[in-house]
Write a protein that binds this ligand. Structure first.
Ligand code: NDP
Length: 237
């Protein structure tokens, strides 16, 4: 598993959950990996010590800091935008500032990070955003704001794939369904309802999402672009 030896990889939001599994996957395959985090300093430092990856504290909601962090990495081979938050519940009770912060992290940050990475990215590079099957399907109440952010990722992926295609840079979204993490624990209160929408009724493992991400970032995926790679146990079927 040395397919990323000599490759420079940045994972935005890598300290926990799906991002952590992605950092581990690329590091195990020999990549030179850096990742960002916002609040989880201890977890980030532990992951850096475990994998040899570099941990960088950058809040994705801070646009200028995010752009500077991406620019500082120079010519990347792979950018993975994983950082995301979810606000679920009765929209009539949401704090509008919290909704806007989610939009900043889930929509504005992927766009600005992708564009900044592409300025310096090596030809044949990979830009991957962790979207969600909720970009395609929102089968329960309370998810409108979150779903709008993940549908927005789809439009961005389609457009940027065309902007950067001449350089062989691919732009794709990975769209997980319910995946075990702090955000969505397999034994959480919403798990039975989520499983009811799935053909295979269990949470996805973060390592399964990381494996698909590595495939899309790898040498066999040069012609996969502008696409949404869904890994959802049939949630959206
Ligand atoms: P977690 O809440 O478990 O982890 C989120 C990660 O993103 C943490 O490393 C966190 O870092 C980082 N992060 C969050 N906000 C920021 C920020 N403002 N700046 C920098 N980093 C940030 O979430 P998951 O692992 O479950 O989710 C990861 C992605 O996958 C998200 O985009 C989510 O929408 C998507 N997804 C998740 C699904 C699921 O069921 N779990 C299903 C479909 C999509 P820190 O702790 O340091 O703040």
């Amino acid at each position: 598993m040395g397919e990323f030896i000599g490759r420079k990889i940045l994972v935005l939001g890598g300290s926990r959950g799906i991002g952590k599994a992605i950092v581990r996957r690329f590091a195990k395959a020999g990549g030179t990996v850096a990742f960002t985090y916002a609040g989880s300093k201890d977890a980030a430092e532990a992951l850096a010590a475990e994998t040899g990856a570099e941990a960088i504290q950058t809040d994705s909601a801070n646009r200028d800091a995010l752009i500077a962090t991406v620019a500082d990495r120079g010519a990347l081979d792979v950018l993975v935008v994983n950082a995301g938050t979810a606000i679920l519940g009765d929209p009539l009770t949401f704090d509008p500032d919290a909704v806007d912060r989610m939009i900043d992290i889930n929509v504005r940050a992927p766009y600005h990070a992708a564009v900044e990475a592409a300025r310096r990215m090596n030809d044949g590079g990979r830009i991957i955003v962790i979207g969600s099957v909720n970009g395609d399907r929102m089968p329960f109440a309370g998810g409108a704001a979150y779903a709008l952010t993940k549908s927005a990722v789809q439009g961005m992926v389609r457009g940027l794939a065309r902007d950067f295609g001449a350089r062989g840079i691919t732009v794709n979204a990975i769209q997980p369904g319910p995946t075990h993490s702090d955000m969505n624990p397999a034994d959480g209160p919403m798990a039975p309802a989520m499983h009811s929408f799935m053909a295979i009724k269990r949470h996805i493992d973060a390592d399964e999402v990381a494996e698909l991400t590595a495939y899309v970032a790898g040498p066999h995926a040069a012609m996969i672009t502008g696409s949404f790679q869904t890994i959802d146990g049939g949630f959206g079927a």
